[in-house]
Design a protein around this ligand. Structure first.
Ligand SMILES: [Cu+2]
Length: 364
C-alpha cells in the first residue's frame, strides 16, 4: 500500500504544476515529421506514451503465454512427486484424497487486446483496453487415493472477454528528450469468475465443476492500477522504466486475487527511423490469493489459493517498426518475445516457459 500512497502523492504534485503548453516530447504521429520506431516502448509495455492534443490511437495486441512443468519455490517438481507428496488441503471432505492427485502439466493463455487512446490535451491521454482471453490447461489424473498409477489426461478450456481497463496518463515532467508521466487506471470486473468445464477425477468420474482461479477470465474485483513511467532518448538510443501496481478492492465469490507490483526497464537501438530493436527486463512480485471460493475444490494445486503468486523476472527481446511512406504510413507493427530468467513460485505452481506479443498501432 506504500506504493499507492507514493504514486498518489506524485500525482497530486504533478497536477499542481502548470500544464506544458508546447508538448515538445509528446509523440506527434501526424504531419511530415520523421516517424520514429523508438517513439513507443516495446509492445509488451502498456501505457508507455502519451499523445498530442486531439490525437486518437487504436491498437491491437496478440499475446500468448505458455506454461509448462511445475515448481515449488525455485525447485522443479515432477507430476509424480506432486501426486504422492503434496498434501491436499481438502483432505477430510467427502472423496478428497490425502495428497494432490490431479497435476496440471501445460497451459496456454491467448489474449486479443483491443485498445484505444485519446488525448483531450497535451497533458493528459486517456486509454481503454478490452481483452478477449482463451485459456487451456492440460492435466494428468493419478488413479485412486494413492500410488503412482496414472488414470489419464484431460484438458479444460475457458474463453471470453476479460476485465476492461481504463486509465489516464498524466504528464508530470518534460525534458529535452525525456518525460515522466503518471499512470492512473482502474480495472473493471467485466471478466467471468464462474467458468466451468469437465474434469477427470481420480475416481474415474467426469463431473462439470467450477474451474480453478487460474482458469477464470477476470479478477472479480475493481482493481486500482497506479504507475509511473519514464521514457528518454539520446540519438538513436532509447530507454525507459515503468513501475506499476495492481491493488484489488473488495472480494468476489469469497476471495481476492493477490496484489501485484511490476517493474520494467528497457533500452533500444534504432538503426534506421523505421525500425528499433529492444531489450527489456520485467520483474513481477505477486501475492497469493486471500479467501477462498467455496465452489473451487479438488485434489489439484490450482484449487488452493496459497499456490498462487511469486517473484518472476522475464527478459524480452523486441522489434518496433513504423511505416514511413505509402498507404500504411504511420502504422506501427511490433513484436516481442520473452523468457523467464528467474521464477520463485508459491507452489506447486506451473512455470512460465515463454511469452510472445505482437501488435499493431495507428494514431490519427
Ligand atoms: Cu498511443
Amino acid at each position: 500500500m506504500k506504493i499507492t500512497k507514493l504514486v498518489a502523492t506524485a500525482l497530486c504534485l504533478g497536477l499542481a504544476t502548470p500544464a506544458f503548453a508546447d508538448g515538445s516530447h509528446i509523440h506527434s504521429h501526424s504531419g511530415d515529421k520523421i516517424l520514429r520506431a523508438d517513439g513507443h516502448a516495446p509492445i509488451g509495455v502498456m501505457g508507455d506514451h502519451r499523445h498530442a492534443a486531439g490525437e486518437i490511437m487504436f491498437s491491437y495486441r496478440f499475446m500468448r503465454m505458455n506454461m509448462e512443468g511445475n515448481r515449488i519455490g525455485t525447485t522443479d517438481v515432477s507430476p509424480l512427486q506432486i501426486a504422492t507428496t503434496v498434501p491436499n488441503r481438502f483432505f477430510g471432505q467427502p472423496m478428497q484424497p490425502p495428497t494432490l492427485r490431479v497435476v496440471p502439466t501445460e497451459m496456454t493463455m491467448d489474449m486479443h487486446m483491443f485498445g484505444a487512446m485519446y488525448a483531450p490535451n497535451n497533458r493528459v491521454t486517456l486509454m481503454a483496453m478490452l481483452p478477449y482471453i482463451t485459456k487451456e490447461m492440460d492435466h494428468l489424473t493419478f488413479a485412486g487415493p494413492a500410488g503412482p498409477g496414472v488414470l489419464g489426461g484431460f484438458r479444460t478450456k475457458s474463453e471470453g472477454f476479460g476485465d476492461v481497463k481504463v486509465s489516464a496518463l498524466i504528464g508530470l515532467w518534460e525534458g529535452q528528450n525525456s518525460s515522466v508521466h503518471a499512470n492512473l487506471g482502474l480495472s473493471l470486473p467485466t471478466g467471468s469468475t464462474s467458468e466451468t468445464d469437465d474434469i477427470l477425477t481420480p475416481l474415474n468420474t467426469r463431473p462439470t465443476v467450477r474451474l480453478p482461479y487460474a482458469m477464470q477470465l477476470g479478477s472479480g474485483t475493481y482493481d486500482v492500477l497506479p504507475g509511473i513511467t519514464f521514457m528518454g532518448r539520446s540519438g538513436n538510443l532509447g530507454y525507459g522504466a515503468q513501475l506499476t501496481g495492481v491493488f484489488r478492492l473488495g472480494s468476489d465469490n469469497g476471495y481476492t486475487l493477490g496484489n501485484e507490483v511490476k517493474a520494467n526497464v528497457w533500452g533500444s537501438v534504432q538503426p534506421a527511423p523505421w525500425i528499433s530493436l529492444s531489450g527489456r527486463l520485467e520483474a513481477i512480485t505477486l501475492d497469493d490469493i486471500s479467501g477462498i471460493d467455496p465452489f473451487i475444490r479438488g485434489p489439484v494445486q490450482t484449487a488452493d489459493p496459497n499456490n498462487y503468486g511469486g517473484d518472476i523476472v522475464t527478459a524480452y527481446f523486441g522489434v518496433n517498426t513504423i511505416v514511413q511512406s505509402g498507404a500504411l504510413r504511420g502504422h506501427r507493427f511490433a513484436v516481442e518475445f520473452g523468457m523467464p530468467v528467474y521464477q520463485d513460485l508459491n507452489g506447486p505452481q506451473m512455470k512460465r516457459e515463454w511469452t510472445l506479443i505482437a501488435g499493431w498501432q495507428k494514431a490519427f
